[in-house]
Design a protein around this ligand. Structure first.
Ligand SMILES: [Zn+2]
Length: 252
């Protein structure tokens, strides 16, 4: 997995480059394995030096199987993290890679700097009705035309469940019953180390309407689960998996 900026290199035959395809002095970072084969990531600056096509993670994820998309996302996360962790935060010496780990260590004071994760939550909020309804929101930034789920970063000292309650209260002013865990997905698009945890939850007061804060969100409304809008998050995202699962549950 070869990364330049936010793009990944695919080889001329449409696959991913092999370690031998790149110069011998390339600095490789371990990414784990795919189908038992060790996978490595590297950052390059001169994109013209290697043959192939540079593509965004979104374009790749829309086409390749999920395990490969996840590996490409990991490459993007590890390489981006490394770029932002050059010097020791304690003594300012230049950090060195720890062989075989996504971690760095200070050669002078021995400070160990592992790659840390940033957990975030997203939640499919529903309310009962003749057909159950799903809460969808539009953001003031990013892909603003999309109808998405309420989401946000977990704060220090907070549980995932508490983060779900807080984000929904802050962003749309609704109270929820207990969040139920759905699944998770690493999400390189929101920065290195971002891990999304998906939940479902039901509002405590089915008559309550969402009120947006006007800063992060510009719109929020209930949609019957058999009449969802067209502009939904892409098929390779946990947002969409949550929405599709809710729709399947409600409509059989
Ligand atoms: Zn140090």
């Amino acid at each position: 997995m070869v990364v330049a900026g936010r793009k990944l290199l695919t080889s001329p035959n449409g696959g991913f480059p092999r370690v031998a395809d790149l110069p011998a002095d390339t600095g490789w970072l371990p990414l784990g394995t795919l189908d038992g084969v060790p996978a490595w990531g590297a950052a390059v600056t001169a994109t013209g030096d290697v043959p192939g096509r540079w593509r965004s993670w979104r374009a790749l994820a829309a086409q390749v199987p999920e395990p490969l998309a996840a590996l490409a996302g990991r490459a993007l996360q590890v390489v981006t993290w490394r770029r932002g962790h050059r010097y020791c935060g304690a003594c300012r010496a230049e950090l060195a890679d720890v062989p075989g780990e996504p971690a760095r260590r200070c050669p002078d004071c021995r400070l160990y700097v592992p790659m840390q994760l940033s957990p975030a939550v997203l939640v499919a909020v529903t309310r009962p009705g003749p057909v159950d309804e799903l809460l969808l929101v539009r953001h003031s930034y990013g892909p603003t035309e999309l109808w998405a789920l309420v989401a946000g970063f977990v704060e220090a000292g907070e549980s995932l469940e508490a983060a779900v309650h807080r984000e929904v209260a802050e962003e749309v002013g609704l109270d929820l019953g207990p969040p139920v865990y759905f699944g998770s997905q690493p999400w390189a698009m929101s920065g290195p180390g971002v891990l999304l945890a998906g939940f479902t939850a039901t509002v405590t007061d089915p008559a309550a309407e969402p009120v947006v804060d006007g800063r992060e969100l510009v719109q929020a409304r209930w949609f019957p689960l058999d009449a969802l809008p067209e502009a939904l998050p892409p098929a390779y995202s946990i947002s969409r998996w949550l929405i599709d699962a809710a729709a399947t549950r409600a409509t059989g």
